[in-house]
Design a protein around this ligand. Structure first.
Ligand code: PLP
Length: 447
């Protein structure tokens, strides 16, 4: 009864992100009520393993009392402090320092945002400021990858390549350029890692030369493309692309909004690739989704150029909720949990997840299995030889999502027959085994 009235209220008043409004009105909302560990429970009492950690963000898992305590303590003591006027709060300063200590290379300067989109947006503004400070404002063109996702702010949505974020908006992004992704399963260069790297390097060089290196500001990349379908580049790919950036004096922005905070194993995925970008953007796992927060990591070189360029003038970029003390207090506690067993557990659980997904390769629908750590996907096809995608007209993703839900599993069903996995790092062995068993059952029902 309560649930029905909620569905009506939702239909009437709540606008959902990235949804068909009319489609959603018809389907009605599914309301989650509570969660613990890796298990979520809906309003009807139906329990599921959350194989997607909310929206790839609840890395620590649900129900950590110590996180709740950290937030409550901070709210009691000081619920808000601005960072404007050279003011600050202790948790924000401490979190910035802890993050800088753990960041790759000289990414020593942290700018806090409310999430990932405004973190990406902030980098665009900082990069413009950087080149103005250097006296080369004509470096104003940006490159990113097809299948890439970098948020849906007005500027960042341009770096995003997914068509749904552009259709119907008509915003001009003629200063943003896309190059093909590494997408190994469907790469015209074949599946050989070295061929994929060589092809990406050639394409990036050609794009920079086409625009003119003197106009290219930055290259944006997710170390593993998430929303594009969990596309994992070959080892050495990111490093090779970084070399091209250095050769042409182009800044590299590593968007670690999904890959950060243990999702792929280490705290940051760049470390696996031995790459120190000029900027790193993060959010999600930073606070494990308990409260909103994002962070831009900026290198010494960029920070000093901007600071010297501005001199005594204020740099006009900031939000009321930049460096929010409650979010920062949560971030500090989440970081402590990561380093007190969660990262380690995530590595073990990730190996089990990948092995489990590999075991699904014998299923007639499973064309590809890919991932790293607790970030993975399977790609479904109707013909393995020809790699024929599932027929789009039947809306397979929605049906698969619904079946998985009924089977006690939340997954991400991308529109192109790709199923995404990003479970909390706290998953037990039996959680992981349940994810695999419930996936197999769901696939059997889809045949
Ligand atoms: N960048 C990447 C790589 C993302 O995956 C996302 C969100 O999924 C964003 C940016 C945007 O983050 P947010 O949704 O917190 O604004």
């Amino acid at each position: 009864m309560l649930s029905n009235s909620l569905i009506e209220l939702d239909r009437a008043h709540l606008i959902h992100p990235v949804a068909s409004y009319r489609g959603h009105e018809k389907l009605g909302v599914r309301v989650l009520k509570s969660a613990k560990g890796a298990t979520v429970t809906d309003m009807t009492g139906h329990q599921m393993i959350d194989g997607f950690a909310g929206l790839w963000c609840v890395n620590a898992g649900y129900g950590h009392e110590s996180i709740v305590e950290a937030a409550a303590k901070q709210m009691r003591e000081l619920p808000y402090a601005t960072g404007y006027f050279s003011l600050g709060s202790e948790p924000a300063i401490r979190l910035a320092s802890e993050l800088a200590d753990r960041a790759p290379g000289d990414l020593n300067h942290i700018y806090f945002t409310l999430g990932g989109s405004d973190a990406v947006d902030s980098t665009v503004r900082f990069i413009r400021y950087y080149y103005h400070s250097l006296g080369t404002p004509e470096k104003d063109q940006f490159i990113s990858l097809e299948q890439g996702y970098h948020g849906s702010s007005t500027v960042g949505a341009g770096l995003t390549a997914l068509p749904v974020f552009h259709a119907g908006f008509g915003l001009p992004f003629d200063w943003q350029h896309k190059i093909p992704s590494h997408y190994a399963y469907r790469n015209p260069a074949g599946t050989d890692p070295q061929a994929i790297i060589a092809s990406s390097v050639a394409v990036l060089k050609a794009k920079i030369e086409e625009i003119g290196a003197e106009h290219v500001a930055a290259f944006y990349v997710e170390p593993i493309q998430g929303s594009g379908g969990v596309l994992v580049p070959p080892t050495g790919w990111l490093k090779a692309m970084h070399e091209v950036c250095k050769q042409y004096d182009v800044l590299l922005v590593a968007d670690e909004v999904i890959t950060g905070f243990g999702r792929t194993g280490p705290l940051f995925a760049c470390s696996d690739d031995d790459v120190v970008p000029d900027f790193m953007t993060t959010a999600k796992g930073l606070t494990s989704g308990y409260v909103p927060m994002g962070a831009v990591f900026m290198s010494d070189k960029v920070y000093n150029t901007i600071a010297d360029g501005a001199g005594a003038a204020a740099i006009g970029h900031g939000y009321t909720y930049s460096a929010h003390p409650v979010s920062a207090a949560v971030g500090l506690e989440v970081l402590r949990l990561y380093e007190n067993g969660l990262l380690e557990n995530g590595v073990k659980a990730g190996a089990r997840l990948m092995a489990g997904l590999e075991s699904l390769k014998d299923h007639p629908l499973v064309g590809d299995v890919r991932g790293r750590g607790m970030l993975a996907a399977i790609e479904l096809v109707t013909d393995k030889q020809k790699k024929t995608p599932l027929p789009a007209a039947a809306d397979p993703s929605r049906r698969i999502f619904d079946r998985a839900w009924d089977n006690g599993l939340v997954i991400r069903a991308f529109g192109n027959g790709v199923l995404g996995y990003a479970p909390p790092l706290c998953c037990t062995e039996s959680d992981i085994d349940a994810i695999i068993e419930r996936t197999r059952l769901t696939l059997d029902q889809t045949l």
